[in-house]
Design a protein around this ligand. Structure first.
Ligand code: GLU
Length: 307
């Protein structure tokens, strides 16, 4: 069996805050508890949302907390050839179709049958361009999200923290975008290609992304790639009850006091650790994480490796 590997995959849209540090710490603790590799991947495919220099800032914040990647950092903006190869593999099997619909077109298609978009609700693709573009220019590339026999794509998996999960991807999401109208690669395709290329066996990330997992597992199956294990961490909520984010005022954690930031992140995860230095606290936290999330059998070879 290949050595376990986990990753932290921030989008460089802003510095790490109390919420994103939870995901970073959890993925690191998990990799260490499994005696595996821990990698960092900068997810900078959505270039209009990326902020110059934030990638370096994030890496410095991680380093201040003693979280050092075991291999060179990967930037998704350098990985276009791999995403294109995956798209072509799916195209050759007739699983992808070009789509001319704008967001407004999709909303209008639903309005004609009396469906309205709910706040934060997914806009399920109504299948408009599945049978052809009707003379319109192609904007995006979508994955046909239905089985060859016409049955729905239903994906089940067991989240290591949330337990059994299932999603009917056909009904809940529909044919999803692999390459956007502006030519940029969609998160779903990039993350699946990169998790496989980096040999990721254990994905640990925030619970707000949990509902992307079924799409990613479906895509892995279509591309013949292995499915990692998933664990989604609790979210840190802002005063308004929403997920902590730049939009509701989350500020960068204070990397002059990394131990305090780690203790706060650890408390969100239910970690019971002691230690007056970053290295001591991390070594203790690995044991606490392992007791919660790593079965004894996988822990047999684990060592509290702190660099
Ligand atoms: N880049 C995503 C984010 O920052 C995380 C993706 C993932 O962990 O799969 O929200």
């Amino acid at each position: 069996m290949s050595r376990p590997a986990g990753r932290f995959a921030p989008s460089p849209t802003g510095p790490l805050h109390a919420g994103s540090l939870v995901a970073a710490l959890a993925s690191w603790l998990d990799a260490r508890a499994l005696n595996g590799r821990w990698l960092v991947r900068i997810e900078d495919v959505d270039t209009p949302r990326c902020v110059a220099g934030v990638d370096a800032l994030i890496l410095a914040q991680l380093a201040a907390c003693g979280l050092h990647p075991d291999e060179p950092v990967v930037w998704q903006s350098q990985r276009g050839a791999a995403y294109l190869a995956a798209l072509q593999q799916l195209q050759q099997r007739g699983m992808v179709f070009p789509c001319a619909c704008s967001r407004r077109d999709i909303e209008a298609a639903w309005e004609t049958i009396g469906q309205v978009r709910t706040r934060h609700g997914e806009l399920v693709y109504p299948g408009t361009c599945r049978l052809g573009l009707q003379g319109q220019p192609a904007r995006a590339q979508r994955l046909r999200c239905v089985h060859a026999d016409g049955s729905d794509v239903i994906v089940g998996w067991t989240d290591r923290r949330l337990g059994p999960q299932t999603q009917n991807v056909t009904q809940a999401i529909g044919d999803f975008v692999l390459q956007r109208a502006d030519g940029l690669w969609a998160y779903q395709l990039a993350v699946v290609v990169d998790d496989a290329a980096q040999g990721i066996t254990h994905v640990v990330r925030g619970e707000d992304i949990a509902d992307n997992t079924a799409r990613q597992i479906h895509l892995q199956r279509q591309l013949g790639l292995p499915t990692p294990q998933y664990l989604h961490t609790p979210l840190v909520l802002a005063a308004d009850g929403q997920k902590l984010s730049k939009q509701n005022g989350a500020s960068a954690f204070d990397s002059r006091d990394p131990l305090a930031a780690l203790r706060t992140a650890g408390a969100v995860l239910g970690i019971k650790a002691h230690g007056g230095t970053v290295a001591d606290w991390l070594a203790s936290a690995v044991q606490s994480w392992a007791a919660m999330f790593v079965p004894t059998i996988s822990r047999a070879t684990a060592q509290p490796l702190v660099r």
